[in-house]
Design a protein. Structure first.
Length: 95
């Protein structure tokens, strides 16, 4: 399976990994980012900044969504198919 540049963007340490490990690492990075954003949102909410906390929560949801799209793309590629354009376009905006 060919590795697209979006898979390893911002994760240079992954360049020597097999493709499956790269995708797994990218998904794990998205989840770690979401976890950190949620932690920050909780801290902001506790400090009396609910509007800022809300926005960090939205960013966390985007990270979770991105991890889902990465997984769907990997499954589609292994099945010899492509993601529908409506879903694949989301990677252009979020990766």
């Amino acid at each position: 399976m060919a590795t697209d540049p979006w898979v390893i963007a911002g994760l240079a340490r992954m360049s020597d990994m097999p493709a499956d490990d790269q995708i797994r690492a990218a998904i794990e990075a998205c989840i770690a980012n979401a976890d950190e954003l949620i932690s920050g949102a909780r801290n902001l909410a506790a400090a009396g900044s609910p509007r800022l906390a809300y926005h960090l929560g939205v960013l966390a949801l985007e990270e979770v969504g991105k991890s889902s799209i990465l997984g769907m793309r990997d499954i589609a590629q292994k099945a010899g198919s492509e993601l529908p354009n409506s879903i694949a376009k989301g990677l252009d905006d979020h990766v």
